[in-house]
Design a protein around this ligand. Sequence first.
Ligand code: AMP
Ligand code: ZN
Length: 441
Amino acid sequence: MLRLHNTLTRAEEQLQPAEDMLVRLYTCGPTVYDYAHIGNFRTFVFQDLLCRYLRYRGYQVRHVMNITDVDDRIIQNSKALGIPLKEYTTRYTEAFLEDSRKLRILPPDIMPLATDHIPEMVQLIRRLEEKGYTYRRSGIQPGARVDADRYEKDEARDFVLWKAAKEGEDFWETELGPGRPGWHIECSAMSMKYLGETFDIHCGGVDLIFPHHENEIAQSECATDKPFVRYWVHPEFLIVEGEKMSKSLGNFFTLRDLLAKEHRPEAIRHLLLSVHYRKQLNFTADGLHQAHSALNRLENFSLRMSEKADSSDPCPSFFEQVRLAREKFIEAMDDDLNTSAALGVLFEFVSTTFKMLDQGSLSGGDARTALGFAREADQVFDVMPEQQTLLDSQIHQKIEERLAARRRRDFAEADRIRDWLLSQGIQLEDTREGTRWKRLH
Ligand code: AMP
Ligand code: ZN
């Protein structure tokens, strides 16, 4: 059973979704005022790993991630550039999605935009208002917020639910009056709309615990009188020279900065996943270098195993070795997603298998099984080279080419084509009736 550290209880707990094998998951998405930096992507890649591992363990996941497409910085920046808010946020939302694709982050099932959910937020604020939890300042905004906003508030712990329209800024005409939502109310309104008033897991970086997530709990539970979220999971910071990577400190890299320096996105993904999520990840050139080496090793493994693989059965002892490695892999991941331990299991397995190959004690069936396990672990980590899936028509064409090579007695070429197909997981068998083929994985 998967155990997760729950920030709410400050303890590791067994995950038990409210409904059988369905996990309802909400992750706080990006604020699209600029490119996301690699620190933000540590959090997003972790959230992707959580989703993938839940699926690997047989859960169905309904993943909702919002896009915060209205806030002070967005308004300021779009005004400074003289372009409409929507045009500005679309630009950075697309950049975020493109970067996410490069990092192999699977898209969430639902990705709501804050600006598409103003009525839901207004309705939630009205519920709070009816129950007497809010107050209005300057005529229209109920509640007040802790940080630097220039709105009056009765107490430091209050926060703004709705901000009154200001001269020259974007606003929505609503029954609360003209204005725009505060950040916290967004996530409560959208998560409850798509996942229900109580759902299973809520994620975000540790900097969101307070005030963002505490405020989400306060406003959601006051409105519904139900527990809001059952498990809160917060990945730690990515840091640079001892400090949190952040836009305001100026110590950040975007994914684009790193790709421009010829770093591979899979290596960056590997680096981001190599440290347990509850530990800070110190981002260094050396770490990136090591991630590249790890990736090369996996690629080399994948290549050499596909060369060696055939469809014979693995030896019982090797099969047992794979079974044990899988068990240890799952044990590490079940232990609060201990990715560094799980990768340790995988790389140890790779080393022993390479050793067997070099000693000539690895059979074709063993190689196929070994590759199968590495690919299975990679369903969760997704750093290995994409598996080329050849279309049937492409396979038939290659078989024709091989036949032609044989007819002109170019056996070297014929063998080359056969080996190449095998490296792509396609095994040929020459029979009296002609060449048959099958897929190995
Ligand atoms: P934002 O776009 O600022 O709302 O941040 C998006 C996500 O990135 C949030 O979950 C933050 O908690 C997270 N985040 C921000 N800085 C870092 C960092 N240095 N390391 C890891 N996660 C971060
Ligand atoms: Zn949020």
